[in-house]
Design a protein around this ligand. Sequence first.
Ligand code: IMP
Ligand code: MG
Length: 182
Amino acid sequence: MEKIKLHDKYFRRFISNETLEKAIDDLADKINADYRGSGKVPVLLCVLNGSILFTAELMKRLKFDVDLMSIKLSSYQGTSSTGKVHTEMGLTGDVTGKEIIVVEDIVDTGRTIEALVNILNARRAAKVKVCTMLLKPEMYHKDLVLDYVAMEIPDDFIVGFGLDYDGLGRNYKDIYVLDNES
Ligand code: IMP
Ligand code: MG
């Protein structure tokens, strides 16, 4: 499908599933190189709901033992950030003393990831790394280092592969961008 309609808006196909999966392959190679044989068992922390597909795709490519936890945060309403990060569901496990790899769908302003790192530090995680499928570099001005980034994209609103527009669009396997022309 080249174009889709969600609520009142049209979106056009922007990144194919094939391209996404290739980027996830390459990212998994890097993470495997860092952890395989290290004896570490990091926690993959899936940031619900957006990261659910990315976490699944990434996790099945990892060749070392991992633990899995989730947290549900939200900051977007419609097609823009509210600037406030809400914890809708807390951490599903104890992170004290553990090495955490945060698995995010997308880093935009970085407020979500910053709030999450603060939560994990307050809970005394031993180490926190950040892994994101997508990054909007034009929007990200935080000092926090993003350890693993699969793809960079321009500052446009996107949906698909877990990402939504007011709840819809998460189930598309490709990524779609807001089509202002239509
Ligand atoms: P940040 O806090 O501004 O970095 O925004 C990060 C969160 O906002 C992500 O975890 C997404 O849930 C959401 N978000 C950011 N950009 C988009 C987008 O283009 N489409 C859908 N959700 C987005
Ligand atoms: Mg998210």
